[in-house]
Design a binder for this molecule. Structure first.
Ligand code: OAD
Length: 317
């Protein structure tokens, strides 16, 4: 996209906020770091640097569905670090809620999996969790879906969570009377081999472990690499927002992961784009880039727009 020449300063951004009625807000991990949840790619403090320091070649491996199915313990040993503290949200979340209260929020597309937008009161109908969230979890084997909090204790204890429904089905099965064994045909030992006791005992030649049912592994309903984004993301953007927004606010993201990173290129060229984050990005032309702590920037933007931003932490418990 081409930068629009008429918008450059924070006052331009405040004016745009005041005049817009259909604001699309696109958020990333940077809006939750003030709550102590690490982002992914910040040098030194990001989750992926931590993962690399533990010997994994690429941080993204932790969120790769192929790797998860091979060995879920890698994800479970690390994901506790990015579990949200469910009682707090940041001033930036409160700012998005303020836009909603003023009837100016069209949609909040969030890449975040902490589900804090919901806690802040963003309407489900205006929220697209592009990469899913910890709000629910599903069994990789039977598909049973449960509230995400069901597996939080396992995530915190770095223990792979198993599916309760599968476990129950296995227990039920074990209680059933066993069908009579099929009639035994007398087996002759293979003539060429000298018979040992063990050859005879494990004589079927099959892998006996195959007969032992095991419960499925639970996975939070986060969109992993190699998984498709939720249909709501594509539907809402293609059918509505790509044609009908009047301002785009991108906050706290490195905008490195497709398809979210592609969104600015699919909007009408006259829609102004504002970027709020610690670090500038060069692969998208924003009209106004407001660099700094996003909580400070949104407070200042509200002040200049003449809006009061109330931000209260929800009390513990
Ligand atoms: P990143 O870690 O890539 O980017 C976060 C950006 O926010 C960085 O550029 C930081 O400089 C900036 N930032 C951090 N704290 C900030 C603060 N307090 N104020 C302002 N800016 C701040 O995170 P995302 O762009 O969200 O996927 O990453 C996108 C996706 O990559 C994630 O959704 C995740 C990951 O793989 C999944 O979880 C599946």
């Amino acid at each position: 996209r081409q930068k629009l020449a008429q918008y450059n300063t924070i006052d331009d951004a405040a004016k745009l906020l005041r005049r817009s009625r259909k604001i699309m807000v696109l958020t990333g991990a940077g809006i939750s770091t003030s709550l102590g949840i690490p982002d992914f790619r910040s040098k030194g403090t990001g989750f992926y640097d931590k993962v690399r320091s533990l010997g994994y070649s690429a941080g993204e491996e932790v969120f790769d569905i192929i790797e998860f199915d091979k060995d879920p313990s890698v994800f479970y040993s690390l994901a506790g670090d990015i579990l949200p503290d469910l009682n707090r949200f940041s001033p930036t979340h409160a700012f998005i809620k303020l836009l909603q209260d003023k009837g100016r929020l069209q949609t909040n597309y969030t890449q975040n999996i902490d589900n804090l937008e919901e806690l802040a009161g963003i309407d489900r109908k205006r929220l697209i969790q592009c990469h899913g969230s910890f709000a629910t979890a599903s069994c990789r084997k039977c598909g049973d879906r449960v509230p995400g909090s069901t597996i939080f204790a396992d995530l915190r204890a770095k223990r792979v969570a198993k599916c309760k429904r599968c476990e129950k089905a296995i227990a039920e099965q074990a209680k059933q009377p066993k069908p009579p064994p099929p009639p035994q045909t007398k087996r002759k030992p293979p003539s060429k081999f000298k018979l040992r006791k063990n050859d005879w005992e494990s004589s079927s030649g099959e892998d006996e472990d195959d007969d032992i049912p095991s419960p499925g592994v639970m996975k939070p309903d986060i969109t992993f690499f190699h998984e498709k984004l939720p249909d709501t993301f594509f539907d809402r953007f293609a059918e509505q927002d790509s044609k009908d927004v009047d301002l785009v606010l991108v906050i706290g993201t490195s905008l490195k992961v497709a398809p979210v990173s592609e969104m600015p290129h699919h909007l009408p060229p006259e829609v102004p784009h504002i970027f709020i984050s610690r670090e500038a990005i060069e692969h998208v032309n924003f009209d106004v880039q407001l660099l700094g702590e996003c909580d400070d920037v949104v407070v200042e933007l509200c002040r200049r727009a003449g809006w009061g931003l109330r931000h209260e932490m929800i009390p513990e418990g």
